[in-house]
Write a protein that binds this ligand. Structure first.
Ligand code: ADP
Ligand code: MG
Length: 318
């Protein structure tokens, strides 16, 4: 059977010209450019909690990195380097082949270098630490939203949760609708370019991993503000539109996890900047509400009535 070192060499060692030292020593070495801060974030995917044990390893490789890139995007950081801590129940070379192919396909797209990690036997667990750079003071923190800011989101919301609901048998989507939603669930596109474009434009940002209300809630709490959301402006897919009259559809939209879109707040004066960014990136950006002084989050229907939201975000410990 292949040794741990053979596995690392074969599946996880690639040239790393952007690092001082990559895989192979006790630690990797990186150099942070002058005027830059190092942004560091870790995100773990656990079998049975975040994915089904028999999930396609190519998609797992993609997603393990995508969720980390999404955190860089939400900080307006330019990601450069990653480490990978892998716990594997056994050595399945075909699984590792596909997993590393999925990981490196996305890594190459974003010029990310894998500079280290750890490999051990145990329950399937994928943990990536991502590192990137952001100019001093330019990171988009959760704590910087201001009263009067517009609230924006990228892409469409709720598709990943709708795909999951289908897989769990709670809804029966048409084949092509499921295909579209499954893509959101398995191959989320981290909004790195958007995060970078929002430097100096947005006040605050977060990526939507646990659902719109939960993640926007973090901005509200950290910034000591509230929000008014207009339900009818929320960007949704055709597939989700069909379920919007049902609690499940509304739950996917407001509290569905795994979208990895960005939610960000921008002063009204920068509205046209955001519209330009949307056009440049060819990415749907939608204004969904306003930051308010009153410290609560209200979701309003088109007629002004308040929509009752028992749905909060997905909580791992609930
Ligand atoms: P140590 O005993 O010092 O922890 P390891 O034997 O775990 O070192 O790892 C040897 C080298 O391989 C290190 O440079 C480590 O960063 C790298 N490495 C281990 N596992 C992975 C992995 N899954 N992906 C990338 N690099 C890895
Ligand atoms: Mg080790």
């Amino acid at each position: 059977m292949a040794s741990e070192f053979d596995l690392i060499h074969r599946f996880f060692t690639r040239p790393t010209p952007g690092a001082v030292l990559g895989v192979g020593d006790d630690a990797a070495l990186v150099k942070v450019n002058k005027g830059m801060e190092l942004a560091v974030s870790t995100d773990m995917l656990v079998s049975g909690t975040h994915f089904f044990p028999d999930a396609d390893p190519f998609f797992l490789g993609h997603k393990a990195l995508a969720v980390n890139l999404s955190d860089m995007a939400a900080m307006a950081a330019q990601p450069h380097w990653a480490t990978l801590a892998l716990s594997l129940p056994g050595v399945d070379e075909s699984w590792l082949e596909k997993f590393s192919a999925g990981l490196f396909a996305l890594a190459d797209e974003h010029h990310i270098e894998l500079i280290g990690g750890d490999t051990t036997r145990g329950p399937l667990n994928l943990c990536i630490t991502i590192m990137g750079e952001v100019p001093h003071g330019a990171a988009l923190r959760r704590s910087s939203a201001q009263v009067g800011d517009d609230i924006w989101v990228s892409g469409v919301l709720g598709n990943a949760a709708l795909a999951l609901a289908h897989m769990q048998g709670h809804v029966q989507l048409a084949e092509k609708d499921f295909a579209a939603c499954a893509l959101a669930l398995h191959q989320p596109l981290p909004r790195v370019a958007l995060g970078l474009a929002l430097r100096g434009v947005a006040h605050s940002a977060i990526d939507i991993s646990d659902g719109l209300l939960a993640d926007l809630g973090h901005i509200l709490e950290c910034s000591n503000v509230g929000a008014e959301i207009t339900f009818d402006t929320l960007p949704i897919s055709y597939a989700l539109q069909l379920y919007l009259e049902q609690p499940l559809g509304r739950h996917c939209l407001l509290a569905g996890g795994d979208d990895y879109e960005l939610c960000f707040t921008v002063p009204v004066a920068h509205r046209s900047e955001v519209e330009k960014i949307a056009a440049n990136l060819g990415l749907l950006l939608t204004r969904i509400g306003t930051i308010t002084a009153e410290k609560k989050c209200t979701v309003r229907a088109a007629d002004g009535s308040i929509i009752n939201i028992e749905e909060s975000g997905y909580d791992h410990f609930r």
